[in-house]
Design a protein around this ligand. Sequence first.
Ligand code: SF4
Ligand code: SF4
Length: 300
Amino acid sequence: MKNIVSCGDKEYQLITFDWEFVDSCNYACSYCAAADWMKPKFTKSSSPAKHKIVLARLSQVRTPFALELQGGEPTLHPHLFDVVSEAIQMEFCKTVDITTNLSRPLSFYKRFDVPLYKGLELTASYHPEYATDAYVEKCVAISQFQFPKFSINFNVPDKKEHWDRALEVIEIFREHNIKHTLNLIFATDFYTPEYTKEGLALFEPYIQETALDEVPFHFSDGSTELLTEPEILRQKLDRFKGWKCAALMFTIQPNGTIYNTCTGEEMPMGLTNERLFRTVTCPMHHCPCDTMYYFYKEPQ
Ligand code: SF4
Ligand code: SF4
């Protein structure tokens, strides 16, 4: 039997900062992973204005990085435009990605349709419980903007009552050539998705069709296989506990603290390359997001 001798790409050196930009959201999805700490609306006390300190720290980074603004719902932050425009002009910032539930009016997103935001990626999450006509119409309209890049993060519904609508919306995205990636809802402490064979069979072709780039796995017989995320999950190849890993993702909390997403190690004020590029021993049961598959890892 052949064993995996390494996974990921040694050349992949892009640091990802995953900023929990706000701890509030105007939606209440039943499967929300942050349901226990999410507040219904933005308040100064819940998300103090730490963004200036975070931006000052990021401006000192001297290696290419991607900045992902998550939440909660990041568009609730009153300084969103200031933060994005400042970050996107930093020498080493390669992309800024905002993941939004698209609940703001179209005019709000239209403000990003200027050359300054050509490095911005706007990702609209599809939440089956909020799949209104207004959501779909906004997706179609934004996809026709010149800037920023636009795509859909499509949460595949587990509940039968949402299947027809989801299939209908997928067809609209296909018709309008709107980039979309289908993801299964993952289990949290508060929600266990109840996917059935019947439901998965309906969405499987679309999951395969929209799977993100392939990740290299190297085997003991010298072979290499390129696997997509659904294949990795199906074969349970997302588990590397105890392996050596580049661990290039860092979480920024709403209070401004920055820590290594995998190890939980808090970063000092200066985000030097020496601090950012440190091989770790994987402490996690599995990689919790697809970007992490690309980080180079091998057994100890
Ligand atoms: S939109 Fe996102 S953050 Fe808001 S409740 Fe739904 S899953 Fe949670
Ligand atoms: S969970 Fe983190 S440390 Fe573990 S293999 Fe994945 S990226 Fe590496």
